[in-house]
Write a protein that binds this ligand. Structure first.
Ligand code: GLU
Length: 311
């Protein structure tokens, strides 16, 4: 396999400087505690990883430390759903931002059990239901996709899976409300088992920045050359990331970061720079919207300094 080109040193210097500048911001955030296992994360972790489409990479800090991917996995679950059944998918989940917290019930009843989008918990639960329909083994198929795209053997943290399942009262409320409107085709506990399994996947920032490269490359995995989605499918997934991927801070991210992003309560955020690179930043302390506080600040500064905004 050809040796990837060197990552541009002047860009690497900017990334290293951004990391040093924004790390202290994390002290103003709080790690997620509603999933007990996540409460024990060291808030001092910080990672930034960039994977360019030409194969060159740059990583800072804890870029090779595994962390709970949580809702970042929703991108890959949505990708699988678009691969297997796109038309049916959008009959059961929308693509509008919710403007509410990621686990809000408020709009579901008014909108007859149809979630606003697949990036919030209710939408991801419907996607988990669809994957049970369309994949012989939904859990294994998702792990296989994420392993292929990251170039690593991706697995889960059984402790996070147990912890989230034991405390998933709000997600059970979401799932039961959607089931009452007929928008779940499998038993609630089976669907939630698939959803909690997705949430407990563990990856590193380096693996994630590589794994999302196909979304920066018109649906083609830059490492293998394999088509994962059609160019149109990839554009649609990144559109939903931009408008919905960071919950009720999506407007702020579009304004201050300017890239399609997806966050997770484990403190990770991934960002797609079309035709250039995938980025992952990880800092566990979160802001009020459930997004990494220092992670957003790092993305804001690096997109400004490197002029990466899509606008
Ligand atoms: N598994 C988490 C939940 O269901 C995902 C939330 C997130 O990462 O944004 O609440």
């Amino acid at each position: 396999m050809a040796t990837p080109p060197e990552f541009p040193s002047e860009t690497a210097t900017v990334l290293d400087e951004v990391v040093e500048r924004v790390r202290p911001t994390a002290e103003r955030g709080e790690v997620a505690t509603y999933i007990p296992t996540l409460a024990g994360i060291d808030p001092g972790h910080f990672a930034l990883s960039v994977s360019a489409l030409d194969g060159s990479t740059h990583a800072c800090g804890d870029a090779d430390v595994l962390f709970s991917v949580q809702s970042i996995t929703k991108i890959f679950a949505l990708t699988l759903a678009v691969q297997v059944t796109e038309d049916h998918l959008w009959e059961r989940v929308g693509r509008e931002p919710s403007g509410d917290p990621f686990n809000s019930l408020v709009q579901l009843e008014h909108e007859r059990g149809i979630p606003r989008n697949p990036m919030i918990n209710s939408g991801a639960i419907v996607v988990a239901d669809i994957l049970l329909d369309k994949c012989d083994d939904a859990r294994a198929t998702l792990l296989e996709l994420m392993s292929e795209l990251s170039g690593a053997e991706v697995g889960i943290d059984e402790e996070v899976l147990r912890s989230e399942s034991e405390t998933g009262t709000r997600n059970r409320a979401l799932a039961n409300l959607m089931a009452s409107f007929g928008n779940l085709h499998h038993p609630v506990e089976q669907v939630l088992g698939n959803y909690f399994h997705q949430s407990s996947i563990m990856m590193t920032a380096r693996q994630l920045s590589r794994a999302i490269g196909f979304l920066a490359n018109d649906g083609v995995d830059p490492a293998s050359g394999k088509r994962v989605l059609s160019a149109s499918g990839a554009r649609r997934v990144t559109a939903v990331m931009l408008t919905c991927g960071t919950y009720d801070a999506a407007g702020e991210f579009a304004f201050s970061v300017g890239l399609p992003c997806k966050s997770g309560v484990g403190g990770g955020i991934v960002a797609v720079v079309p035709d250039q690179m995938g980025i992952c930043v990880w800092s566990p302390p979160l802001d009020h919207a459930g997004n990494s506080l220092a992670g957003r600040k790092a993305l804001e500064q690096l997109t400004t300094e490197l002029e990466l905004s899509i606008f």
